[in-house]
Design a binder for this molecule. Sequence first.
Ligand code: NCD
Ligand code: ZN
Length: 376
Amino acid sequence: MTTIRLPGLVDAHVHLREPGYEHKEDFYSGTAAALAGGVVTVLDMPNTVPPTGTPELLADKAQRAAGKAVCDVGLFVGATTSYLDAYLPVAERACGLKIYVSDTFGSLRIESLSLMQRFFRSWAERAEGIGFRTRGAAAGLGPIAVHAEELMLPVCLALSKLYDVPLHVVHVTRRSEIELIRAAKERGWPVTCEATPHHLLLSSEDAARLGPLGDMRPRLASPDDVAALWENLETIDLFATDHAPHTLAEKGITAQATQPPPGVPGVETMLPLLLTAVHAGRLTLDDVIERCAHAPRRIYGLPEPPESYVEVDVDAVYRLEDGQMKTRCGWTPFAGQEVWGRVTRVVLRGQEVYAGGEVTALPGTGRVLFHPEQAR
Ligand code: NCD
Ligand code: ZN
């Protein structure tokens, strides 16, 4: 057994589903799954019920997370058509603002240019008011994170450039998109982006085999699109999973379902899948550490927890199985896949929080980032 030590990882895109969908996941089950994957910080998305769009709803989420989480949690606020930018007074307590410009699961979708202008302008003004453009050393605001596919991508790039707001493009999948982001970066535009393990490792050719378990937004892309992501690895700032649990019944596997919701879990399988790519010579270990630890902390201005690390047995070879998963939904689109590297131990702020396949931390051990009153 060869054990290596990695910094605690960050998954900058997870859906922990609380409040409203606790039958899919909650702050305990989702953060337990994170620890099993060597992740000590997750950034939670706002498409819950109700969506995280007001100071009260953000505070409520922070309180729920503080009571249950076993790893650290940052919370996104979300742009909505009903609360508009009601979150603004507490913008610095969110890790960022999420705007859904393309279709996906949940009710959050912005379709008008005037609303988009309003959200970018008000985020810029708020950042100006605080005196920081980016969060840097934990001061200031996080970026605006957008789910923007196809023609919506240049719209968001233009608004970010015009209002000088850092833009983070979540789960990029297409050749056209990654090449556009590369061109914007080459001109010094304030943009960063992420790719998910499933969009890097699966393609539309896997979609029929996986059925609803391979359906997510953005959809699995063509082999040429996948090749473009690998060709443009330098343009991909970070890897994040878009951990989006739905039950097997909802997906139509163990029950009839007329419209299975899009989304697949991923927070606990990211590291073994990426280490398997390292083993295959497709990535270096430094590529993984940069994109799963350093870059997300830099982009979102996340504090690095002291005395925190992950131990991985890099000789362990095993198959990912639904039954091993700690996510409440209990499945993975990578079931049956052989992987290299098993997380054996996780230490957070000097405390062992995961060992031998079990979470050893008590609920509430995790901290809610940017909510100092929730720190214990
Ligand atoms: C996500 C979900 O289920 O919340 N689904 C998905 O297919 N990715 C929503 C999202 O991230 O767009
Ligand atoms: Zn998502």
